[in-house]
Ligand binder design. Structure first.
Ligand code: AHR
Length: 663
């Protein structure tokens, strides 16, 4: 060992005694020692981060098949094309007189001059409409007509070859706006069908909120969510869900910010806005990307409850995205923004006798959602953020001390914005600070020890957005490969070991449509009919599922601390009080197998065999795909010959989770 100064030696001995992980290079063989009799704090909560980016909401989790159902896009006929059958003649126009309501100002008028066999329009859906064989859909539309014999509405689901997969019709349109519906059942499957809507008969008919919604949603709820995507999320067993983002919370300017109150209640009254990812990237334009808010705050809370995730809503704090306009609400006009936060707490937790609690009950959920966490702003920075956070915190802490506030550390984990924010947030005694890390895999391998020396007192860390970028952040060439996932796994052992500081973490973004993405990598990918998890998904799942109830001190000897230039073993250890098992997570970043000798000390007895779950693949460039969704996926097997001391060979480029019963 090199000569060390006295203070360094003193510091090192303190570290060896109290830090949750130590590394030492002295013995020739790697030894991993775990103190089973010293359970510490509860492990980090690994959760998920939802944002409507990459058509993750409209066109994804929210399975409405009709794009621009309310004719409220900037181009009110975007997604629709005119359709004429036989010698039909007439005009289609978008109008505003006597609209459905003041949040839904446009509707379609079809004037039939000569009926032929039908006149109307077709909707292309989101990259087409996914249809399964024998799948049932509810078609619905708001309609009105002043005609004595109002025209009939005929609807068809048609595939790209012109086969009609399903048909339905509606009669009896009245003078006033009224919702009409029928069921369509498909006789065939197609990933890219479209919807034809034709009126048959003469005269004028007006239409709005044209919807084709699958019946087989998550829990079969009307206006429910896409079940295969929700199942993937449920299978992660996330501890919490952050929603609704991300930059969409902020908006490019304040008029486009996310306002939760416009996302609840009657679907026809939810006020659509442009999605801020619509025109964010020149290289991936998405001119038809809007937020219908069919998936709104009530549905988010409900989803959290369904999948056992604690809700973590993030609200705008009076600042538009600082990468765009950075528009600010003057401090003396922040009142309505703070009131939105107070009202949200009441919506989530208030009694049904309260104003907002009654709104929740009216939507079908009288019981409170038991929200405990609330984010003030997304990825904000500068003194402007501190001023606004302070105003929010003063009011919220006075009225709701039970709510933990999440504040922002800016867009990067190590720059002058971060260095400005952290001391200020410490002074303000902030609860939880949200850090964002998008960087190359090497950064994650090099930063697995980032929190070992972190200040223990003061705010906790929420590693709220992170993902290894195979090329660079926002590059369209980024891949969800095993190299990235492995680096994230190594990094996450560091989050877990430091659970006393890093109390929460979530990968970002959550999901992307194979044809509609703006940002990659993502945790989950889907097309119109299928969805799959990436290697990063399985890393997250291993940490979520094998979380246990307390972290255990761990020491790795026989190798220097691994890094991007010096591959090796990264490790963390937990105890699961529910099953009585020790959980060891070991990530081998080396291209060859590495054997470690495990020493489990302080237990009366350790089982002679256990289980090991291994996530690995031969090539760092391997990915999952729609065609091979489990190419990189965990494999479980019995682990023989364990005990208080045993050896285990960590496969090349692998993550292993070892579970052993211990008394
Ligand atoms: O996850 C994608 C984006 O990255 C988020 O919207 C934003 O918070 C961050 O910059």
């Amino acid at each position: 060992m090199k000569t060390l100064s006295l203070s360094l030696l003193l510091g090192l001995s303190f570290y060896l005694l109290f830090a949750p992980l130590t590394y030492s290079a002295s013995p020739s063989e790697t030894t991993i020692t775990v103190r089973v009799d010293q359970p510490g704090v509860v492990p980090t909560q690994f959760g998920i981060f939802f944002e409507d980016i990459n058509y993750g909401g409209d066109g994804g989790l929210y399975p409405e098949r009709v794009k621009n159902r309310s004719f409220e896009f900037t181009d009110p006929l975007m997604g629709w094309t005119r359709l004429t059958r036989g010698d039909a003649q007439g005009t289609l126009s978008v109008r505003r007189e006597s609209p459905l309501n003041t949040n839904n100002l446009h509707y379609l008028r079809i004037q039939v001059d000569q009926p032929g066999t039908g006149i109307g329009l077709a909707n292309e859906g989101f990259f087409g409409m996914g249809v399964r064989d024998h799948q049932s859909f509810t078609f619905s539309v708001y309609a009105r007509s002043l005609e004595a014999n109002p025209p009939r509405i005929l609807v068809e689901l048609e595939d790209e070859e012109g086969h009609i997969l399903a048909q339905g019709k509606l009669d009896g349109v009245t003078h006033d706006w009224k919702r009409h519906s029928c069921v369509l059942r498909s006789r065939g499957a197609h990933p890219k069908a479209h919807l034809n809507l034709l009126v048959q008969g003469s005269g004028v008919i007006e239409l709005d909120m044209v919807s084709l919604f699958p019946k087989d949603t998550w829990k079969n709820r009307p206006n429910g969510l896409r079940p295969d995507v929700v199942q993937l999320l449920a299978d992660l067993k996330p501890a919490f869900m952050r929603f609704p983002g991300g930059c969409i919370v902020e908006g490019r300017d304040l008029s486009k910010r996310y306002q939760w109150k416009t996302t609840i209640g009657d679907l026809a009254e939810r006020k659509l806005i442009i999605n801020r990812w619509n025109d964010e990237f020149k290289h991936r334009p998405a001119p038809d990307y809007f937020q219908s808010f069919g998936l709104g705050f009530f549905e988010f809370f409900q989803l959290c409850e369904d999948i056992g995730a604690e809700p973590l809503p993030i609200l705008n704090c009076g600042m538009a995205c600082q990468f765009n306009t950075g528009e600010l609400v003057p401090l003396d006009r922040l009142g309505p923004y703070i009131q939105d936060a107070l009202d949200l707490i009441e919506f989530a937790n208030g009694p049904v006798s309260s104003t907002w609690g009654a709104r929740r009950a009216a939507m079908g959920h009288p019981a409170p959602f038991r929200m405990r966490l609330l984010g003030v702003g997304n990825e904000q920075w500068g003194p402007q953020y501190i001023e606004r956070y302070t105003r929010f915190a003063e009011v919220l802490k006075a009225k709701h001390p039970e709510i933990l506030l999440v504040s922002s550390a800016g867009p990067r984990p190590n720059d002058e914005l971060y260095d400005f924010l952290w001391p200020k947030l410490r002074e303000l005694n902030a609860d939880i600070v949200d850090e964002h890390c998008y960087d190359r895999p090497a950064w994650f391998l090099d930063n697995a020890f980032r929190y070992d020396g972190f200040e223990r007192k003061g705010p906790k860390v929420f590693m709220g957005e992170y993902a290894a970028q195979s090329v660079k952040v926002v590059s369209p060439e980024n891949r969800n490969n095993w190299e990235c996932a492995l680096a994230e796994a190594a990094f996450m052992t560091g989050l877990e070991r430091n659970a006393d500081v890093v109390t929460m973490s979530s990968y970002a973004p959550l999901s992307g449509h194979e044809e509609g993405w703006q940002w990659r990598p993502n945790l989950v990918w889907f097309d119109n009919l299928q969805a799959y998890g990436t290697p990063s998904y399985y890393v997250q799942q291993l940490f979520c599922v094998h979380r246990g109830t307390a972290i255990l001190p761990i020491q790795v000897q026989g190798q220097p601390p691994p890094s991007s230039t010096q591959p090796g073993l990264y490790a963390s250890a937990n105890y699961d009080g529910l099953t009585g098992e020790v959980i060891l997570k070991v990530v081998n970043s080396a291209p060859e197998s590495r054997t470690a000798q495990f020493q489990l000390t302080g237990a009366k007895q350790i089982a002679r065999s256990g289980t090991v779950i291994v996530l690995t693949t031969d090539n760092l460039t391997d990915e999952n795909s729609l065609q091979a969704p489990r190419k990189v996926a965990p494999v479980s097997r019995r682990l023989p010959q364990t005990g208080a001391s045993f050896s285990y060979a960590c496969p090349p480029y692998s993550m292993s989770v070892l579970r052993l019963r211990a008394d």
